[in-house]
Design a protein around this ligand. Sequence first.
Ligand SMILES: Nc1ncnc2c1ncn2[C@@H]1O[C@H](COP(=O)(O)OP(=O)(O)OP(=O)(O)O)[C@@H](O)[C@H]1O
Length: 251
Amino acid sequence: MPDPIVHIEGISKQYRGADFKSLDTVNLKIYKNEVFGLLGPNGAGKTTLISILCGLLHPSSGTVYINGNPLNENLQEVKKLIGVVPQEYALYPSLTAKENLQYFGSMYGLSKTELQSRIGSLLEAMGLLSFANKKIKTFSGGMKRRINLIAGILHNPQLLFLDEPTVGVDVQSKKAITEQLRILNAEGTTIIYTSHHLREAQELCTRVGIIDMGRIIADDTPENLINSTKDARNLEDVFITLTGKELRDYA
Ligand SMILES: Nc1ncnc2c1ncn2[C@@H]1O[C@H](COP(=O)(O)OP(=O)(O)OP(=O)(O)O)[C@@H](O)[C@H]1O
């Protein structure tokens, strides 16, 4: 087995003032070129885990290794290798699409010509070239999600983290986003993403981890999970069998 690109060892997280652990001793290894889907009910701990993996949040205990090195000791180096697409839009509404992307691109240290060419080709791939000079505040939710994705991949990251990249978008935007993820993966980017779209995850992921109440309760290829779960026809059946039908409201 090759060395994992991401090694999560005994990660727990208890938020300040909380009387429970949002993550409880999570162990996972993710390998180069995987598309790893982190699936789970509301409040399971997906955003917490992905935020820890990209260095935005500190765990209460445990260590994340990226390419064999502890994340907390190499954060600045690791940040050059990773792309992050957060659930919330990180865009400036009064700036145009192009201005937003130039701003994000300047943080990755790309040369001006490199950046212009990358912005142009990604806007085109995402069907947004003719909107390059329009302000973000005029964009629909689907268009903002696509710009959010472009902002996270301008520097062709080795490792890409996405938190629900297709939430709340129409079928066309969803298709454009998943197609772009496939292209990036084919070009060598390892992808770790959270989603509630189980059909999408079944099609896109080489492996999925199901998380519930802060613990990883299953971790395998979609095919193996379906085959090893009684009467399961798809990932949704596996998910319901493992996590139950009870509603997961939390506040
Ligand atoms: N900043 C915070 N302070 C206290 N508790 C938090 C905080 N953020 C999340 N939690 C709690 O941690 C648990 C996990 O939340 P998290 O957002 O990671 O779940 P999730 O799986 O991403 O959920 P969703 O699918 O609803 O986005 C929940 O019980 C949530 O209420």
